[in-house]
Every structure is written in structure tokens, then in C-alpha cells.
Design a protein around this ligand. Sequence first.
Ligand code: GDP
Length: 386
Amino acid sequence: MKLALIGFGQAGGKVVDEFLAYDEGINGGFIESAIAVNSATTDLKGLENIPQEDRVLIGQARVKGHGVGADNELGATVTEEDIDEIQGAVDRIPIHEIDAFLIVAGMGGGTGSGGAPVLATHLKRIYSQPVFGLGILPAMDEGGIYTLNAARSFQTFVREVDNLLVFDNDVWRSAGESVADGYSQINREIVERFGLLFAAGEVGQGDQIAESVVDSSEIINTLQDGVSTIGYASETVNTSSDGILASFRDDTGFDKGTATNRITSLVRKATLGQLTLPCDVGSADRGLVVATGPPEKLSRKGVERGRQWLEDETGSMEIRGGDYPMPHRDEVGAIVLLSGITDVPRIDNLQQVAIEAQDRTETLQANADDELASLVDTGGELDALF
Ligand code: GDP
């Protein structure tokens, strides 16, 4: 499917930058346009692939290009104030060419956390294309303010977008490695998973004909609303036996059987392995299974079996399936998109944090009101003395 990507804040910009490199590397063609929005000049300068004219600096009047820090309320304010600057860049997107917008942002910081939901509301008001979000959750050890920002931003972002795809940094760093050290590795992981999914919906007329190609409407229908997570598993395959031997094996059915079993087990591995946001798979409302790899190693039967297995696992009757042929690869993979997930421990935890913060604010407010009232009372008593 064709996307207009908008990277909001530092994490958002870096991930969109990486998406561009990935799209080019696999010849995916799923990015129509890419924009970066930030309140910090240095973050915009650090990008490599997003064209200069599509890097938008906001909040200059307030923070003079130095960023909003971890103040996501200020991030939201400067986005509202400078929405016309962002719209200027969006105006250059050939809107009729795109299937959807995708706003990418880290939920724990200031600019992306505060600004991404504001931009989502704005785009939804103007365009008929779906507006999806890709929200990156902070690692637990980043500190309270990041968790609190994420808790608040998540609630608003998920309400404003058509679907929020989530990646949790916490689950993805390797043991003993700080998240910052691992960002480049993590970012490659993000773009591979989400990029393969979006590229799968972009197989053109002239491309290798898949047995049953996934099209963009299947991805959009699976996304519909709510929160999504992605699983991915792959296996290196030997492509050197292509040609006479491979076709002989096809005739005997031997290689087809292997391909079927391989894909079915990759679908299981993808679902039961590391998801971008861990959840109870049974709580998914909808799903999509995509097999990727060299066309001769793909199997419609394998996808169908994987799809049926996922139906049983989720209890959902809305599981779609298809192929994404990639002729020159030596890897066969399965992407599993689970959407409308509800049983997600990390989100329950974030909601709890938001509720506690709200309670604390209300208690502080009530105490302040009491103090004010008693001061007024004391004032009254003092008045009576004179
Ligand atoms: P902003 O610029 O104010 O929007 O804030 P940042 O994007 O710098 O940080 C927000 C959160 O995003 C951080 O708390 C991290 O969890 C995360 N983050 C920052 N940079 C990266 C990155 O390159 N990759 C990933 N996956 N996460 C990042």
C-alpha cells in the first residue's frame, strides 16, 4: 500500500528515515512521501534520507529550535500553533496516490508524544484516507515522566487515529544493553516488520505474480480500529536447487509439501514469538497472515493452514491471508498482524499510571482548595476581630 509517512519528534523522524532506506533496499515502493516534524533543529539536521524541504521545524517562536524537552503539553501546544507549517508540507503530497497516512512517534518524549495526536485529529478532519499511528512505547527504566507522557499520549493517540500500531522498546532491547545503544538495531527491527507488511500490499501489475497477493484494502480492513501488534519469523532457504531439480521436485509434490509445512510453522512461530507489543493472542479481533520469500518457496496451502490455525488461536472469523513474493531473497518469512487486541498487560499498566497521576492531581487540587478555603475562613475570623 502507498503511504505518506510523517515522523513526529526524534524517534519518529529517525524511524521514518530508516523506513526510506528499507523501502529502497527491498524495492518495496510503499512510501509515496516522507515528512519529519520536530521542535529541535539538531534532530532534523541529523536525518539522512528525508528530503530537506520535507523537514518541518515547529515551535520556533517559543523554544527557538531547542526542542520542548519532555514537556508533551508544550509539544501539543506548539503543534496546534504551527499546524499551518505542517500542512504546507502535507500539501505537497499527491493525496490521490496514497492509501493512508502513517504518523510515527515515540510516546514518551515531548514533541512526538504531544504533537502526533494533534496532527492525527487535523488530518482526519481534512482527508478521507485513513490515518494510522505507529506509537513507540518507552522502556520501563527511562523514568516516570516518560511513562506518564506515554500513558497520556497513548490514550489520546489511539482515540484520534484509525488504528494504532504499537512497538514497545521495553521488550526489544537485548539484555544488558541500554535502549540508546540498541536504537539502530531496534529501528531496523521496526522497519522490517512494519515495512514488509506495507510493501506486501504494494505488489504492482508488472511484479512477480503471487499465488494470492495481499492488497492494500485487506491491510486497511484488518486495521480498521483499535490497537495492533505484529509478529514475524523467517528461515533461510536454499535457492541453489532452483531450475531443473526444483521443477522435478514440484512435479513429485515433494518440495510443495516442504514449503507448506515451513510456512505453517513460521506462522505459529511469528504469532507465539516476540510481538512488537506482547498481548494475549486470543484477544485479537482481526488478523492478517502474509508469507514472504522467493515465489517458488511460497505455498497457498501453507498460508491457508496458517490462517486456519490463527482462527483457532484467536477465535476470530476475520483472519485474512496472502503472499508477498520477493524473487531474489534467500529467506522465507511469515508476518502476522493482530488487530483490535484488548488483553495487553503493558497498556493496562499505562492506564493505571494515568489514573494514579490523575488521582494525585485531584488530591493536590483538593488540598490546595482546602488551604485556600481555610485561609479565606481565617481571613473572615480576623475580619470579625476588628
Ligand atoms: P521527542 O523528540 O520529544 O518526541 O522525544 P524522543 O522521540 O526523543 O523520545 C521519545 C521516546 O522515544 C524516548 O523516551 C524513547 O523511548 C524513544 N526513542 C527515542 N529515540 C528512539 C529511536 O531512535 N528508536 C526507538 N525505537 N525509540 C526511540
